[in-house]
Ligand binder design. Structure first.
Ligand code: GRF
Length: 219
């Protein structure tokens, strides 16, 4: 029988990546169960979606706390109450203190809608278009103190089309995110992600080494 790690998901908004993790975790052989969903915005749509899926959902309004540390102490208390062993950030829009990140060192992961380390931070899609990037994508990584930084677990690339606006590109990347996050969480829990061992593992997968992805495609 698969031993399931207890995962807590942190969100701030609509929670579509959260839904993809909840759905993946329903499979008996998936190595995670979703113990709770916590939002720093109590009105977040994602909290209602979590409840509808039968997952405990908690709002902790960060504006009710005087300091970042006080908010994070409340967050930690909830994560402990639900027995969370690993934190998955999915559109969680609060910068975390170095102390909080350290407490969850190698036990907290995040999804970012770019091919890191390119285009960290906000407005990633607009900046990718502005730069003339031909491939965009998304990354799941282990969280470190710097924003959108840390060992990469998995990435997915999508082509940038001439007709793209930031919104159109975001939609295509988001569809890839929904596939990537459950895949990356599984890899991470199986010990394949974000480490030197993972890199060795990856090179053992049979691939056609000459087959690079070109975009626009080669003639
Ligand atoms: C996603 O694009 C995620 O990569 C980014 O914020 C967005 C959250 O969307 N960090 P959702 O709340 O999962 O729908």
């Amino acid at each position: 029988m698969t031993v399931k790690k207890r995962v807590g998901i942190l969100i701030s908004g609509r929670g579509s990546n959260m839904v993809s993790l909840i759905e993946a975790a329903r499979a008996p052989d998936y190595p995670a169960e979703i113990a709770c969903v916590i939002s720093n915005r109590p009105e977040a749509q994602g909290l209602k979606r979590a409840q509808a899926a039968g997952v405990p959902a908690v709002g902790i309004d960060h504006t009710a706390f005087d300091t970042r540390e006080a908010f994070e102490a409340a967050l930690d208390a909830e994560l402990s109450r639900f027995g969370v062993e690993l934190v998955a950030c999915a559109g969680f829009m609060r910068v975390m203190s170095a102390a909080f990140v350290e407490r969850w060192h190698d036990r907290m992961i995040n999804i970012h809608p770019s091919l890191l380390p390119a285009f960290k931070g906000l407005d990633t899609h607009a900046r990718a278009l502005q730069a003339g990037a031909k491939l965009a994508g998304c990354t799941v990584h282990v969280v470190r103190a710097a924003v959108d930084d840390g060992p990469i677990i998995a990435q997915a690339a999508v082509p940038v089309l001439p007709s793209d606006t930031p919104e159109r590109l975001a939609d295509r990347v988001l569809a890839a995110e929904h596939q990537l996050y459950p895949h990356a969480l599984r890899l991470f829990l199986q010990g394949h992600g974000g480490s030197a061992a993972a890199k060795r593992e990856a090179t053992q997968v049979p691939v056609n080494q000459e087959k690079a992805l070109f975009w626009p495609p080669l003639e």
